[in-house]
Each structure stands twice: as structure tokens, then as C-alpha cells.
Design a protein around this ligand. Structure first.
Ligand SMILES: [Zn+2]
Length: 220
């Protein structure tokens, strides 16, 4: 595989009817370089010319016919014995051209995935807190319906009770926050155990900090 880099973009086609030529131009400064043009190849047809990659051109624009550059041609894998009538073009610009449809498809997929997850966030800004569950959930609920059903009644009511105490006087009593985080952590870990997922969760990690906070508050 070639380690050479392609000609920088943007690129554009320039069709010149007067001089009967077609150039693909690009580079920096913009359109300063010819990425590809064509020359007569015997009596049969045309051959593209590619630019000498900048790593080896010392800043000069050197164009070479593909048929004169064996180092820009390589056999297809497992078709070495066909190389004299069907081979690959390995010039970095040529490779980029043939990769364009795949690159575009991959880019569209990334954008679509990003927009989907973005839409999910806008809808609620909050998701189920069971480990690895992306289901959008109203802010007031700890988990989506499916996961909440897996939590035993007694654990559910402890989450509800501690949440309402904590919310009745927000920030006033650090112990009530610790109580709530502990109840939530128990519920999250219960579901994780049932699903065979890691128990680690942010609620459990917050408990010691808020307990310590509460103790300091009491002492002061
Ligand atoms: Zn869930």
C-alpha cells in the first residue's frame, strides 16, 4: 500500500472545449494543481496523467502518464497472473477517486446515526438509568418501564420515598441525597445482576461523597 498522500482538495473538473482538454484540478492554493488530465495512448485511446505526489516532487508540478509509471500500478490480490491485462491503479489520487462512493456511504451512515442519537437527546434529555439502556425516559423516572418492572416492589418504594424526601428540600439535607442515591444504586444493581451486566454505576459512586458531606454538616 502506498504511503503517499493525495492532492489536497477542493477538486473540480475543468472542461475546455476550445483546447479539447479535460482537467481535474485541485490543491492549495485552490485549483492551482492538475490532479488528473489525459493524453493520447497510441492510436487506441487515452491514458490519464497523474501528478507526482508532493512528497517526491519537491514542490514542482510534475505530471506523468500512468502507463509510464509501473510504481502506480499493482496486480489485484490473487490475480498476479492477470496483471498484464487487468491491474489496479495505486496512485493516491486514483485510489481516493475509486473509494469515493464507499466514503460517501460511510459518511451518510455516521451522520444518520449522529442525528438519531441527537433527536433522542432532544426529546427528553434523559434516558433509562439501567446500565447500557438508551431508552428515553421522563426526567422523573429512574428507569424505562421494562427495567422498572424488574425491580422488586420494596426497592421501588424505597426509590420513590427517598426521591420525594430529597426533592422536598433540595440541597438542604445531604443525607437525603445519599439515601436516594443508595436506593437508586440498589435498584440499578439489581437489574444489572438479572441481566448479567456490570454493576458499576454513578449512583453507587456518589453515595460515600454525600454521606461524608452529611457527616461534616452534622459536625459543624
Ligand atoms: Zn431501560
Amino acid at each position: 500500500m502506498s504511503a503517499l498522500t493525495h492532492t489536497p482538495g477542493p477538486w473540480r473538473w475543468e472542461y475546455n472545449a476550445k483546447h479539447r482538454s479535460v482537467h481535474l484540478v485541485g490543491g492549495k492554493p485552490m485549483y492551482d494543481l492538475t490532479v488528473m488530465d489525459f493524453e493520447r495512448w497510441g492510436m487506441h485511446g487515452a491514458v490519464p496523467r497523474f501528478i507526482e505526489p508532493s512528497e517526491s516532487s519537491n514542490g514542482l508540478m510534475l505530471m506523468h502518464r500512468l502507463c509510464d509509471r509501473q510504481d502506480w500500478i499493482a496486480p489485484f490480490e490473487n490475480r498476479e497472473h492477470h496483471a498484464h491485462w487487468c491491474a489496479a491503479v495505486t496512485h493516491p489520487d486514483a485510489r481516493l477517486m475509486s473509494a469515493a462512493p464507499d466514503l460517501l456511504a460511510a459518511l451518510k451512515e455516521v451522520i444518520e446515526r449522529d442525528q438519531k442519537s441527537h433527536r433522542g437527546t432532544i426529546m427528553s434529555g434523559h434516558h433509562c438509568h439501567a446500565n447500557d439502556c438508551p431508552t428515553p425516559t421522563p426526567q422523573s423516572l429512574l428507569m424505562c418501564a421494562k427495567h422498572w418492572r424488574m425491580v422488586p416492589r420494596e426497592m421501588q418504594s424505597r426509590v420513590r420515598a427517598t426521591f420525594s424526601v430529597r426533592s422536598s428540600a433540595p440541597g438542604a439535607d445531604p443525607a437525603s441525597w445519599a439515601d436516594y442515591y443508595e436506593a437508586a444504586a440498589d435498584a440499578v444493581e439489581h437489574v444489572a445482576r438479572l441481566e448479567g451486566k456490570p454493576l458499576d454505576n454513578s449512583y453507587r459512586r456518589m453515595v460515600p461523597k454525600w454521606r461524608e458531606f452529611a457527616t461534616k454538616r452534622e459536625a459543624s
